[in-house]
Design a protein around this ligand. Structure first.
Ligand SMILES: O=P(O)(O)OC[C@H]1O[C@H](OP(=O)(O)OP(=O)(O)O)[C@H](O)[C@@H]1O
Ligand SMILES: O=C(O)c1cc(=O)[nH]c(=O)[nH]1
Ligand SMILES: [Mg+2]
Length: 192
């Protein structure tokens, strides 16, 4: 599946939003990929995650013990991708703002692949890696449906992206005038 097909699925689902968005990194963007509008459709989610699992299998050498999804956005794609990889899916969730593996125990040295929905700065993946390494996991790779940095973000482990789609994002104090005049909304769950 190429970037065009992935974006077509997002467009069909009405998931490519335009306006003024506050991203989880604090950056502002005129485009927001509302993945929830894709993940509400099991058939679309299955097509995307089957293709992502194939790419992970092709690019990540060695055994995978767990797929880990960062809540909330990573929950559904991690679960569905794990189904195609034939391994269990677990998740990290925020406790006082910090990702924790609250509901599961994994053995030291477990080989894990993080599966995210969208990557912009890679901050959420880096936070997930910190959490997993603190408990002794071996993070062998990360994967995502869409990489908005188009390959520019370094998360510290190999990143497998089903699609690369570069979208502008700006610091809050350096907005283009057409963005500054729109009211800003923050769709994600960080700090809620
Ligand atoms: O690469 P980054 O700069 O970290 O941006 C991408 C992250 O932003 C979104 O999560 P968000 O924290 O907005 O909440 P959500 O998972 O509930 O959507 C998305 O699910 C990714 O986790
Ligand atoms: O960077 C983000 O927070 C972000 C961007 C995007 O397009 N979609 C999303 O869910 N989060
Ligand atoms: Mg998220």
């Amino acid at each position: 599946m190429d970037t065009g097909e992935v974006l077509e699925i997002f467009r069909e689902a009405g998931a490519v939003l335009e306006g003024h968005f506050i991203l989880t990194s604090g950056l502002r963007s005129p485009v927001f990929l509302q993945k929830a509008r894709v993940f509400m459709h099991a058939d679309k989610t299955e097509r995307l995650c089957r293709a992502l699992a194939d790419k992970v299998r092709a690019e990540v050498p060695g055994r995978i013990d767990y797929v880990v999804g960062p809540a909330i956005g990573g929950l559904i794609p991690a679960y569905e991708t794990s189904r195609h990889l034939g391994v269990p899916a677990i998740w990290v969730e925020r406790e006082n703002g910090v990702f924790r593996l609250r509901r599961f125990e994994i053995e030291k040295g477990a080989r894990v692949v993080i599966v995210e929905d969208i990557v912009t700065t890679g901050l959420s993946i880096r936070e997930t890696i910190t959490c997993l390494r603190d408990i002794g996991a071996d993070v062998v790779a990360a994967a995502c449906i869409i990489d908005r940095s188009a390959g520019k973000t370094d998360v510290g482990v190999p990143l497998v992206a089903l699609a690369e789609y570069e979208v502008p994002a700006y610091p809050a104090d350096n907005l283009p005038p057409e963005l500054a005049k729109l009211p800003a909304v923050k769709p994600g769950s960080r700090n809620i």
